[in-house]
Design a protein around this ligand. Sequence first.
Ligand code: SF4
Length: 497
Amino acid sequence: MPSNDDSVAVLSPPEEAVATVAPKKIGFVSLGCPKNLVDSEVMMGLLSRGGAQITARAEDADIIVVNTCSFIETAKQESVDAILEMAQHKIAGKAQKLIVAGCLVERYRNEIQKNIPEVDAVVGTGELQQILSAAGIAAPQNEPGPFVILNSRSEGDAREAAGRFSKDSWEGAIADLPNYLYDENTPRLLATPKYSAYIKIAEGCDHPCSFCIIPQLRGKFRSRRFESVIAEAQQLVKQGVREITLIGQDTTCYGEDLGLKDGLALLLERLAQIEELRWVRFLYAYPNKITGKLLHTIAAHEKICSYIDVPLQHASPTVLKNMKRGAGADIFLQSIEKMRREIPGLTLRTSFIVGFPGETLGDFEVLCDFVREAKFDWMGVFGYSDEEGAQAFASEEEAKVAPREIERRRKKLMSIQKQISRKKKHALIGKQLDLVLEGPSEETELLWHARTAMHAPEIDGTVYVNDFGDHENVREGEFYRCEITEAYDYDLVARIL
Ligand code: SF4
């Protein structure tokens, strides 16, 4: 699992995936989002197929890999802290190699090795297969070369020509954009529980959002082949996966570079036909890419969770214009109304950025009013982080909102949402829903964690199960019918029927 704690967690691979004869033990720390987690799973798969043994104990590892995140300042700090913590194992003499991978490498390639001499090698987001040479492991003879995607969208080509992906202001970064994307034949060791997996259907992003450096870190938008995604889903289901979460920087653009219209809807439709699959959902929709066809498809298939995660980032038209995203509260309210009309019982998740340069108190009030009216089921709020290389970084200093004020606005928006969430969760008491059991809580075997289709893995609240009905034995990863019996601000309590 990606670690958000202060202490760094090393990924624990499923036991059956561990090689029995292993010349090298490799420990993995994966930080940041599920997209980065999939990259870690691919690198673990490549290393494992090359004969290495993946270990969950950093103190046993001969080689430690830290797959980093560089999204915002706090993520960078967490990545640097993890590298320094893992460097201690090398200093102590057990680990012989420390490898840094991921987004931080795209941003600070030269700096990392210059400033942290314990780091032996770096692997960028487009170089996943180089994890083998970095770890000193020979690639199997029939190993296919790097899987490079060359298709692109015309928007991406135009934005590239206009300098959207330029890393000129980043000293030491390489100019080349990542263009790697794994496929169904790439080995992958799942780090998620065995009943649930992410599938990355696309990589990179062509949007011009002025606060975001992900396009420079991850490259232009590119989709995986339709049949490759289906083949991977079928393989995962054969292995026991019952829940699939489709990810990408922007899943709603899926297939545009392949000439597909409504690619995501078509993909979901095909995935919903996989018999043993219980739930499929997608994350990270771009607001104006949610088509009528996509809504109808979600509504028409029971297996497609009635769940949309659409990061809106703001509601004030002025701020959204400065963010280079466009639209505003009125347009968003209309599309939310349409989504809820088309998909009864829809769960809607969003996230916002507060304190963007130039955000006035008036803009912030527009956002607060919008949140009160839209009544999201789940909502995240980030304080604006000033990232060198993002367009907003060049804003006038006077336009930048003070960090304390950013935090005040973040807390205020979250407190508005807390009231909304509490009401929504209380309205669920007495409702019957399906849930998947995730395992006993750390405190007691009598209380288990679970999720319903309203809860995406890792990000939404929890359902606590404290009554197992007539079931003498319940199993992690199994689905049960339940009734919601209690509700809190974000979490629910349920009994199995
Ligand atoms: S759509 Fe998302 S990933 Fe792409 S530039 Fe905007 S914020 Fe960044």
